[in-house]
Design a protein around this ligand. Structure first.
Ligand code: SAH
Length: 378
């Protein structure tokens, strides 16, 4: 199969060109031209690259593809939020959500199909991990969104996607290399060109990788905190049993680059009667003392069979007030896209884990079928 150029680093792209017969001396320039077409202009095929020689374009088309995920379905919420179900192979389906706001737009990107963490309040947590997404599949989510929103070139004024949050399906730090490679593309100044400050990586608390993420990825950090006592966090975020609160907060305190200008976001889902007491609020401000932080209070978003309820609105307000008075910004996040199951923690696809052999067999069948279709008289 032809190599996909999307997802490659600049060096990998150069090597791929040389392997395809481009002269070593010409490769850097060719790579820069392709890069510009792919990531600045969002070119979807080589034919569109009109300033490149025809025979060069033909060679490219023989050797390579520019493969984006395929859109299985698009849903638009009555609040303007859009959710795409994407597919990159048999049984590999994942969701991406665009949340428009006045003056900005945030794309919520998935890192895995399914998840291993089993957070009790999260719908994705009920779907077993199928596999990690590749760098191409991760960066492809932003490219699909830009296609759908007419948001090319990436350098244009008034871009619709201004922020990326790694808050879709999966735990990004459990797919470290691919997330790192994808975010390098997302923040490449000569390409998709989002500033690192507008990219946020959210983790449920994979402590040993947090410092490395700061050093090697350098995005903003969000922590899915949700509870401030280990007894409770152990139950709702089981990863806490492995990396308890004290270690997690220490990793936040020492996160590379953290400062008042670059605060850590603590996400706190409001679960009625579980983590929403005023004593919890006071404990919250106590445990994060000294960490430059903002706190995002997220009203719990329901899903079929969820074992929790959202806290009462009054309780959320009282909770927020305590956090606020302690000197922390504590916006209550307005739920977006609930009607299309696109809000925080509602994402899930039907994909199930198959044995690699089964998947390969299906992929082969699919290729044979499409070859057959191509041979059929139309
Ligand atoms: N695994 C990473 C990335 C997922 S981010 C992480 O845990 O940070 C998705 C965010 O939505 C997390 O903060 C998650 O805890 C939160 N969330 C999950 N289920 C939710 C629900 N039902 N209602 C509100 N927020 C939820």
């Amino acid at each position: 199969m032809n190599t996909n150029l999307i997802g490659l680093s600049p060096d990998e792209l150069k090597s791929a060109l040389i392997a395809a017969g481009v002269a070593e001396k010409a490769a850097p320039m060719r790579a820069r031209q392709l890069w510009n077409w792919i990531y600045v202009h969002g070119a979807r095929d080589f034919a569109a690259m009109t300033n490149l020689a025809k025979d060069f374009r033909a060679t490219m088309a023989e050797c390579f593809v520019l493969a984006r995920p395929e859109i299985v379905s698009e849903q638009i919420s009555n609040d303007g939020t859009r959710k795409w179900l994407l597919r990159t192979g048999p049984g590999i389906e994942f969701e991406t959500v665009f949340i428009p706001e006045p003056g900005r737009g945030t794309l919520c990107v998935s890192s895995q199909v399914g998840c291993t963490l089993n957070c009790r309040f999260c719908h994705t947590g009920t779907q077993k991990l199928v596999r990690n997404l590749t760098a191409a599949e991760i960066v492809g989510q932003l490219m699909i969104a830009r296609d759908a929103l007419g948001d090319w070139p990436s350098t244009g004024e008034n871009r619709r996607v201004t922020n990326v949050v790694m808050m879709g399906m999966g735990e990004p730090l459990y797919n470290f290399e691919n997330v790192k490679a994808a975010l390098a593309l997302v923040t490449d100044g000569d390409g998709l060109a989002l500033s690192k400050r507008r990219v946020t990586l959210s983790t449920a608390g994979v402590v040993p990788l947090i410092a490395r993420a700061g050093r090697e990825i350098g995005s903003a950090l969000a922590i899915s905190l949700h509870a401030v006592r280990d007894e409770i966090r152990d139950v709702i975020v089981p990863l806490n049993k492995k990396y308890p609160l004290k270690e997690l907060l220490e990793a936040c305190r020492t996160y590379p680059g953290v400062s008042n200008a670059r605060r850590i976001t603590f996400e706190y889902v409001m679960l009625k009667g579980i983590n929403d007491s005023l004593a919890d609020a006071r404990e919250l401000v106590k445990v994060i003392r000294g960490i430059p932080a903002k706190i995002n209070l997220i009203p719990f978003n329901p899903w079929p069979g969820a074992p929790y309820e959202c806290s009462d609105w009054e309780q959320i307000e009282k909770f927020a007030q305590i956090v606020n008075r302690a000197g922390y910004a504590s916006p209550v996040r307005t739920p977006r896209g609930r009607d299309i199951m696109a809000a925080c923690g509602q994402l899930k696809s039907e994909s199930v884990k198959q044995r690699a052999s089964e998947r390969l067999a299906e992929e082969k069948m699919a290729v044979m079928r499409s070859a057959e279709l191509a041979r059929m008289p139309s």
